[in-house]
Design a protein around this ligand. Structure first.
Ligand code: ZN
Length: 292
């Protein structure tokens, strides 16, 4: 399978910057871990893609970004958390929820997510308070909602495109995203030019599917515009849960709260990656008794 990565590009006249990402493998991994339906794969895949792209813009090594969308549709909350090192994990409240496709086989992501709610971005930059921005959902299609967020909450006019192509066997054929963000003082003509180039491309998931190298897609997007590739980053599905971390959490609880039968093993489940961890009561007691 083609590797997932992300390119950052700036036009030489400094009118805008472009982020382009292939996320096929990480969205397929999320599909396998969460057992998502076709439309749920698309919804979760778009949120994962957006989050990992936004995460790549974080400055601090330990900075974390969470993108949460809840439109009160059948999907429930769709959430992804990205670090600044290209790692992302996520979940969808109702992974099996699905709806019939609209015309042209277009997955009904907007209907699955719903529009009666908000998109929320939380950036934990190691300060006392995390930065939080919220906008009301526009369409539940996620890309449009995110463009609204960039404009209203960060005052950055942006073009956002997110797409996931799902095969009939429910595997993910292609996934990716494109952000174009105007830089301060951007010229109208330059923005119009790139917008026209992108319109001519067609859906981003098809473009990702048809091109092995993101560099080739950048050439199409930047046709007639001088540009420089300023960054490249590996991206992947990555959960930061571990036995040690979960044992720490368990040890903070009253053991009688989590198990009635003393002989029962305790199984803990990570919502983000669906891994199961099994602990014996003796294991937890021994750690507890070693604590000061
Ligand atoms: Zn996990």
């Amino acid at each position: 399978m083609q590797r997932d990565y992300l390119l950052k590009v700036v036009d030489n006249a400094k009118n805008f910057r472009v982020f382009l990402a292939r996320t096929t493998s990480l969205v397929e991994e999320a599909h396998q871990r969460h057992g998502t339906s076709a439309t749920s794969s698309a919804a979760l895949g778009r949120v994962l893609t957006a989050a990992v792209m936004m995460g790549s813009d974080l400055k601090g090594v330990n900075d974390v970004l969470t993108l949460r969308i809840n439109g009160n549709g059948p999907a429930g909350t769709v959430l992804a958390t990205a670090d600044s090192q290209g790692g992302v994990r996520g979940l969808i409240a109702n992974p099996q929820a699905d709806l019939p496709s609209r015309g042209n086989d277009k997955l009904a992501v907007g209907d699955l997510v719903g529009t009666d709610g908000e998109l929320e971005v939380i950036k934990d930059l190691g300060m006392k308070q995390p930065f939080t921005g919220r906008v009301a959902l526009v369409s539940g299609e996620i890309a449009e909602d995110l463009a609204q967020y960039f404009l209203m909450s960060e005052q950055i006019p942006s073009l956002v495109s997110l797409g996931v192509l799902v095969n009939t066997d429910l595997s993910v054929q292609a996934a990716g995203g494109l952000f174009v963000q105007a830089l301060p003082g951007a010229g109208h003509d330059a923005l119009e030019k790139i917008e026209n180039n992108i319109m001519a491309l067609g859906p981003i998931s098809s473009v990702i599917n048809a091109n092995e190298k993101l560099e080739d897609i950048v050439e199409l997007i930047m046709s007639g515009i001088e540009y420089t590739v300023v960054g490249e980053e590996e991206i992947s599905f990555r959960c930061n849960c571990s036995r040690e971390k979960l044992l720490d959490v368990l040890c903070g609880l009253d053991i009688n709260e989590i198990s009635n039968e003393e002989s029962d093993d305790i199984e803990v489940h990570c919502n983000f990656c669906q891994e199961f961890y099994c602990f014996t009561p003796q294991e937890i007691e021994s750690i507890k008794s070693n604590k000061p």
